[in-house]
Design a protein around this ligand. Structure first.
Ligand SMILES: C[S@@+](CC[C@H](N)C(=O)[O-])C[C@H]1O[C@@H](n2cnc3c(N)ncnc32)[C@H](O)[C@@H]1O
Length: 329
């Protein structure tokens, strides 16, 4: 079947997904690139509602297996419900993908046939007011993907110094009004703690004075979410671990949703696909760098206009795929 689907088809998927957890982005393309051996062992490191996982499992042969991971218990529950018909072919792990080496070691698996990371948040997380991820509904300033972790958005907003807060909003939201917004938040919280998403939204809106505050609101909420979940801190190491855990001739697919993530993915893929970086005038290599990866997608692959129209959350998605060509160990 062709990857390109009609807008009509996508719309019906969106309708189905409305009662669903999350509409998977770049679904057929991602799974098409990921699977190179139908009887292999694969990892979905961000299973969410199991949309990509369902497609992977449907394409696997008799001997194929899928190990799924998510740090959100609601995601693991939803994925278990959806993927239960696949029985023993699929396993579920409630933890961060940064713990993948441990998960695989515990199962006696040294290397796998493919790994998918579909980064960021699910629609379910964004659309659940009680999780506090969105400025669209009233909710507690929480934003934790893993409810066991200690840091919440409330702590970032109410206890970080003005300088720390400004730096988080600037670094992770790439927001040019970061310093001004941080100053305003710190002034407001002296009168009364900031407990609710809509309270924070009001403070941001009254600082930036614009009729279209959505972009700034998205950037500020994104920055807080990234800080709370340590998303950027773990990414580079996690990608390196994934590369180590791949068999040769097998692939790593990463979907990212903002430039901070994509820059890291691109840079790590580039480092491993470069090989020797010695100046050409040297007669022999002294850097010892080995070419471990080849890039499968030229640049990043983006959703079609039809997919973007049907699924707003696909608009910023970028898929990068790489293949391991030599052992890094
Ligand atoms: C975009 S959604 C994935 C959607 C999924 N591909 C699907 O088809 O339903 C991202 C998921 O990754 C999870 N997540 C984000 N960072 C994670 C991490 N470090 N470890 C494990 N899960 C993570 C989130 O909890 C969320 O459920």
């Amino acid at each position: 079947m062709s990857w390109k689907k009609s807008a009509k088809n996508f719309k019906s998927e969106v309708m189905a997904a409305q009662q669903d957890f999350h509409l998977p982005v770049l679904l057929k393309q991602t799974v098409g690139y990921l699977l190179t051996n139908p009887d292999g062992v694969y990892v979905d490191g961000t299973v969410g509602g199991g949309g990509h996982a369902l497609q992977i499992l449907s394409c696997l042969g008799e001997g194929g297996r899928l190990i799924t991971v998510d740090q959100d218990p609601e995601a693991i529950q939803a994925a278990k419900r959806r993927l239960s018909p696949f029985g023993e072919k699929v396993s579920f792990h409630l933890t961060g993908f940064q713990n993948l080496p441990t998960i695989l070691r515990q199962q006696g698996i040294e290397a796998v046939d493919g790994i998918l990371l579909d980064l960021g948040v699910s629609s379910h997380q964004l659309d659940s007011p009680g999780r506090g991820f969105s400025y669209r509904f009233s909710g507690p300033l929480d934003m934790r993907m893993n409810p066991q972790s200690l840091k919440t958005a409330w702590q970032v907003v109410n206890t970080y110094s003005e300088k720390e807060l400004g730096s988080v909003l600037h670094r992770y939201g790439e927001e040019k009004m970061a310093v001004k917004i941080a100053r305003r938040i710190c002034r407001q919280r002296k009168e009364k703690s900031i407990d609710d998403t809509l309270q924070l939204r009001e403070i941001i809106e009254s600082t930036i004075h614009t009729l279209r505050p959505q972009k700034t609101l998205s950037r500020i909420f994104q920055a807080l979410r990234i800080e709370v979940n340590g998303e950027i801190e773990i990414l580079e190491t996690s990608i390196r671990q994934c590369i180590n855990l791949l068999k040769t001739d097998r692939r790593l697919c990463i979907i990212s949703y903002h430039s901070l993530e994509d820059r890291i993915v691109k840079s790590v893929f580039r480092q491993y696909s470069q090989g020797c970086t010695c100046p050409p005038r040297l007669p022999v290599c002294v850097c010892g760098a080995k070419k471990i990866l080849k890039l499968v997608t030229r640049g990043a692959l983006m959703p079609s206009e039809e997919e973007k129209k049907a699924n707003r959350r696909a608009r910023s998605a970028k898929l990068r795929v790489t293949e391991k060509i030599a052992d890094s160990r």
